[in-house]
Design a protein around this ligand. Structure first.
Ligand code: CO
Length: 301
């Protein structure tokens, strides 16, 4: 397990334990009619209160939105009646990152969809071991999805997680994409089936709330500089939410938006638009992070 030598599994497991608790806490927070912003802040507060940082802003994606929605500053969105809400979160202990998710269905109509997604994750996890080919895991996820009458989302999937790097090397598909790369002992991965009542593809939506610094070149405009300095100091190279900058700097929303545009113009920022199911199908997600062992795996979250 040379490649993973030095990976601090103890710190990772500590972050994993908090993440697991945070998901359970999140489940108790999701109520129809409640402000999404309030839910996001309570979940992020839960993790911070335990002395950890966020791996990325909590994602609260509703119905056909699959991922990457985090509330705006002063977001007025309420949890709709009967919503299917994905909570995707991660805690960070130094450079050790977790990534995990659950789906809360407020409608009986989608209980089966959530059940199928959890079953797909469970089956996928039971296959994990050193040497396992990633397309075999994808094939199983697809098999479970279709046996329940749903589709897996083909352009989303699980991923390796290295220290300091949330989306690393290996990609674990949600169907058999023919990639026979093998999992390695000691490797840390997240498996995340997304199942949908729709066709099974996501595309970029309009909302853009999550960003990540990818360069330290300072832009000339003052707003861009202020946003970069704050983000570099507080969020390093981890993803952050626009609302975190507005809150932390006390700059106006207008100025922060302008600063972010400055940084996008000089390619100092990567943006993560909300991902929406193309045919507007309802989407459920289940995700756990784990360490690949010789004959099985150790669940982190
Ligand atoms: Co993930």
């Amino acid at each position: 397990m040379d490649e993973y030598e030095g990976y601090d599994y103890n710190k990772l497991k500590e972050a994993g334990k908090i993440s697991r608790q945070a998901l359970e806490f999140a489940r108790s927070q999701v109520k129809p009619g409640r402000k999404l912003l309030e839910i996001a802040e309570s979940i992020e507060g839960f993790i911070k209160d335990k002395g950890l940082e966020m791996s990325f802003p909590v994602n609260l994606s509703i119905n056909e939105s699959a991922a990457h929605y985090t509330p705006e500053y002063d977001d007025k969105t309420l949890v709709p009646e009967g919503a299917v809400l994905k909570v995707d979160l991660g805690a960070r202990k130094d450079t050790c990152l977790t990534d995990c998710a659950i789906t809360v269905s407020l409608s009986d109509k989608y209980t089966k969809l959530v059940e199928a997604t959890e079953k797909a994750l469970e089956n996928a996890i039971s296959m994990v071991k050193a040497g396992r080919k990633v397309n075999e895991i994808g094939r199983e996820i697809n098999k479970v999805a279709t046996s329940y009458g749903f589709n897996p989302i083909k352009n989303l999937g699980g991923h390796g997680i290295e220290q300091d790097e949330l989306h690393a090397s290996v990609f674990i598909p949600n169907y058999d994409n023919g990639d026979n790369s093998q999992l390695q002992e000691g490797q840390v991965v997240a498996i995340e089936p997304f199942l949908t009542t729709g066709m099974g593809y996501v595309e970029n939506g309009e909302s853009l709330q999550i960003y990540q610094l990818i360069s330290d070149t300072l832009p000339r405009p003052q707003e861009g500089r202020a946003v970069m300095e704050y983000a570099a100091t507080n969020f390093l190279t981890y993803p952050f939410a626009m609302r975190w900058i507005i809150k932390g700097t006390a700059m106006s929303e207008f100025k922060v938006r302008r600063g972010i545009t400055d940084l996008l113009n000089i390619q100092a920022l990567e943006a993560f638009p909300v991902l929406v199911e193309k045919s507007k199908g309802i989407v459920a997600q289940a995700e756990k992070e784990l360490i690949v062992d010789k004959d099985s795996c150790t669940i982190v979250t």
